[in-house]
Design a binder for this molecule. Structure first.
Ligand code: PEP
Ligand code: MG
Length: 746
């Protein structure tokens, strides 16, 4: 790039910085900026358009157009050339604007005499804040250097907007982060909460976008890149990385060594940006491209680049994840993603969690459930929009986050919270009561658990016991395999907390979506149908044996209940049971106390087990229907795939008939049967399950109140009749009939 150009650019940025430094109002600053840019670039017009709301741009300052149009001229996203720049996040450069497709004539601006048009988006981290435009009478296309200069200026404007430099007059100039915003995502855990934002990784703030000494800035950049590069190299050498992690690190290394990336940042610095502003400029462009890339490989690489840029920014600004900021009252955690161990570290302090990524079945989601705090996942832009301390209302029923809510939202939301509190009070009043229906049937209410954090709920929820203890969570939240002694101490604490209540320990259920971070992942074409759960336990019995030993030792003479996951055929159960017997024998020989009684059961999660020989039903101690897996195999619909997951309803008559068949077979052999999938915690589903004969349900603790409350108000004989009638009519799904019946009851 020509040296003269770089010197000019640096001069312009220096002037912009000075223009920012005074005590001027936001409007005066904008006016000065447009004047400076127009003079420096030698164009007759320079205008700044900023977003007034999500999809309206407003002319906020101009040099060269009619000043009466300022704050009057508005266009929607995508409308006219300015709207086009904003929507596409791309430069529009034309010698003949009126001829350009999409051109919209705005008479109040007096722009008809200007033929050339150059518009660049004002981007910050891939988000469009506005559009910077220069126009001139002479019909010509702007040069690459001019475009570049304008992009650099736009970058500085974005940083200044971020710092609130344009706050003051005109509604469009309110700092972005002071406006109420509503963001939508997917419900991970129901519940509502009001609190203040706590960013897991606070955004890096660049306070010095302009720098005078490019040589020094390039040195700083090189030093930071070197520091980051050696950290990545070290990770590659020392960490016990698997193939996939190594590939990611290689991609990191590729960028860290990328000449193109470095060269662009050096050019940015030579044009007057500071090292951190240069990193952020390239990061913003990469994010904008990421939003448009359809190729998944390219998207992943751009996302690597994004992560790398964040690291670099942290090194350059010295802003670590821990900024020393104090956690606000009622913190609502906002993160791009978070691991289960990190979430557990925050523990019960948090009132809610919002993630940009994550998934409903993720382990962080399981932890959020254990902590009984609302969780919303897939909330795009949450980390961009939220600032530490911002007021926020989390609607975990609808999957909505109200950021900096206005008074109307606050009032409506507080009403909703009051209603929920009233419902919780009602549930608390029946906590000690049985789930006895109007027709005199009692349904056992148990809870699902897996973490220490779950245990206080044993008392609080009114659960009669733990119907499913997911032991894999202890394996998943660690970064190395737990030792037998650690496990046994943990199980003992669980049994002590449960006191006389029964705890059904499910042996390790890994594979499919549950991959242990320290175990080599299997390259399976279809992991949900692959080497998982008891299949792993039987093929490689080392861990299963260790776990059974830990359980026996934890019981220490007390009663012990063990359940094997994902048993698809009779032999798998007998083999697993034999492992338990062997473990007992071994412990006996070693002189350890044996449990007073051992109850061994299996999960029914594949349709095949429902048709196992009657002998299996006679032999098995108890069965628990794992509805989450069973449903995915019954309908052949991946439980993790949002697109197909919702397609099939639990109240579909085929599925209910199938469950009924299992109930009948268990009744024939007097085999105790329970249901521990998510559906057990949904009141209407639970009501139907009870009415077709299930007498024990296990669910998340927070669901016990609502389910029990509905059961206590229901007559199962009537509900069963509604189901039968719907079937006879040939309904595909009994839900409409049940809902209609329930409405009649109210
Ligand atoms: C199930 O499949 O229903 C179940 C309870 O097990 P998990 O959700 O842990 O696979
Ligand atoms: Mg399962």
């Amino acid at each position: 790039m020509a040296e003269r150009f770089e010197t000019e650019s640096r001069k312009l940025l220096g002037r912009l910085r000075d223009a920012m430094a005074g005590d001027d109002t936001g409007q005066m600053r904008l006016d000065k900026i447009t004047h400076l840019i127009a003079t420096s670039i030698g164009s007759e017009v320079c205008s700044i358009y900023l977003f007034r709301d999500e999809d309206t741009l407003e002319l906020c300052a101009t040099e060269g157009l009619n000043t009466e149009a300022v704050h009057q001229t508005r266009m929607r996203l995508g409308e006219g050339l300015v709207g086009k720049v904003a929507r596409r996040r791309k430069v529009v450069n034309t010698a003949n604007a009126p001829q350009e497709p999409g051109f919209r004539f705005m008479p109040e601006t007096g722009e008809e005499i200007f033929s050339s048009f150059l518009g660049v988006p004002i981007l910050r981290l891939g988000e469009t804040l506005g559009v910077l435009v220069v126009q001139s009478k002479q019909s010509r296309e702007f040069s690459t250097d001019e475009i570049y200069a304008l992009e650099v200026v736009a970058m500085v404007l974005a940083e200044m907007a971020e710092l609130g430099a344009f706050i003051g007059e005109g509604s469009a100039m309110k700092a972005r982060h002071s406006q109420p915003t509503m963001l939508r995502g997917t419900v991970g855990q129901e519940g509502v909460a009001e609190g203040h934002i706590w960013l897991h990784e606070p955004r890096v703030v660049v306070t010095n976008p302009v720098a005078d000494d490019p040589k020094r800035e390039i040195e700083r950049l090189n030093e930071a890149v070197e520091e980051m590069r050696s950290a990545v190299d070290k990770m590659l050498v020392t960490a016990a990385v698997d193939k996939e992690q190594a590939e990611i690190l290689e991609a990191y290394r590729m960028f860290a060594n990328s000449k193109g990336w470095m060269r662009r940042m050096e050019e940015d610095i030579n044009s007057g940006l500071s090292a951190e502003a240069a990193v952020e400029k390239e990061q913003s462009l990469a994010r904008a491209r990421m939003g448009q890339a359809t190729d998944s490989y390219l998207r992943e690489r751009l996302s690597d680049l994004d992560d790398l840029s964040n690291r670099l920014l942290r090194i350059l600004t010295g802003q670590g994840a821990d900024t020393g900021a104090e956690m606000p009252e009622n913190p609502i955690l906002v993160a791009r993603n978070i691991g289960p161990a990190e979430l557990l570290d925050y523990g019960r302090k948090l009132k809610g969690v919002i993630l940009e990524q994550g998934s409903v079945g993720s382990h962080a989601a399981i932890v959020a459930r254990a902590l009984a705090i609302p969780l919303i996942v897939h909330v795009e832009r949450a980390t961009l929009e939220a600032l530490n301390g911002d007021h926020v209302m989390v609607d975990g029923e609808q999957g909505i986050m109200h950021l900096r809510p206005d008074e109307i939202v606050v009032n409506a939301f507080r009403d909703k919270m009051a209603m929920q509190a009233a419902a919780n009070e009602r549930y608390a009043s029946i906590r000690k009561k049985k789930a006895r229906t109007l027709c005199g049937t009692t349904v056992g209410m148990h809870m699902n658990a897996g973490l220490m954090a779950d245990l206080p709920s044993l008392q609080g929820s009114g659960a009669e016991g733990v119907g499913l203890f997911r032991t894999e969570l202890q394996f998943l939240i660690r970064n190395k395999m737990p030792k037998r002694s650690e496990l046994s101490a943990f199980y003992a604490r669980v049994l002590e907390a449960a006191d006389t209540k029964r705890v059904v320990f499910r042996t390790l259920d890994i594979g499919s979506d549950k991959v242990l971070p320290y175990m080599k992942p299997n390259d399976e074409p279809n992991p949900a149908l692959g080497w998982r759960a008891i299949r792993v336990g039987l093929d490689k019995p080392g861990v299963l044996r260790m776990q059974l030993q830990a359980l026996i030792r934890a019981a220490n003479g007390r009663q012990l209940t063990v359940m094997f996951p994902f048993v698809a055929q009779y032999e798998e159960y007998t083999q697993a049971k034999a492992e338990m017997e062997k473990a007992m024998e071994r412990e006996r020989r070693l002189g350890h106390a044996l449990p007073s009684k051992v109850d061994i059961g299996a999960m029914l999660e594949t349709p095949s087990l429902a048709f196992a020989p009657l002998k299996f039903f006679e032999e098995v101690g108890f069965l628990s229907i794992g509805g989450n897996d069973l449903k995915q195999f019954f309908f052949a619909a991946d439980r993790e795939n949002e697109r197909v997951r919702r397609r099939y309803d639990t109240l579909n008559v085929s599925f209910l008939s199938f469950i009924e068949r299992v109930v009948e077979r268990c009744a024939q052999t007097d085999t105790p049967l329970s249901f521990c999938g998510e559906d057990a915690g949904r009141p209407i589903e639970a009501l139907c399950l009870a009415s077709i004969g299930l007498r024990d349900l296990s669910m998340r603790p927070s669901s016990i109140g609502p389910v029990k409350s509905l059961l206590r108000r229901s007559n199962l004989t009537e509900v069963r009749k509604v189901i039968m009638d719907a079937r006879h009519r040939g309904d595909m799904n009994v839900r409409p009939a049940i809902l209609e019946y329930l409405h009649r009851q109210i």
